[in-house]
Design a protein around this ligand. Structure first.
Ligand SMILES: [Zn+2]
Length: 116
């Protein structure tokens, strides 16, 4: 979780789109909060293998472009924040946390190119 980058990107959008944009930029990672608290207490690095199946499902739903499209119809500023969050994650996450844009309809995974 790159919370500080999501917080910063949300703050940058506030003057143009309002506080709801900030909420959108942060909310997709909320399913990871419990795990984050657990690993920080244990002073261990992030490990996606410690996420429960339920946490992973909720995480993927919040990062799905399908949810973003639905939200765009009702609250475009919120969806805009989520979309920015997803774009930042798409290029920085891999493995279990890799972006599945059409989740839950498809398990297609966006794979970033590895650095050489
Ligand atoms: Zn995320």
């Amino acid at each position: 979780m790159h919370l500080k980058w999501h917080l910063l990107s949300g703050v940058i959008g506030i003057p143009q789109f309002g506080f709801i944009f900030f909420i959108g930029a942060v909310v997709p990672d909320l399913p990871l909060i419990y795990n984050e608290i657990k690993i920080r207490k244990a002073r261990k690095p992030f490990n996606s293998n410690t996420l429960s199946k339920v946490e992973l499902i909720i995480y993927r739903v919040f990062h799905s472009i399908l949810l973003t499209i639905v939200l765009w119809l009702f609250k475009p500023e919120l969806a805009g924040g989520i979309l920015l969050h997803i774009i930042l994650d798409a290029f920085t996450h891999s493995g279990k946390m890799a972006w599945q844009p059409l989740y839950p309809l498809s398990a297609f995974t966006f794979k970033r190119k590895n650095k050489k």
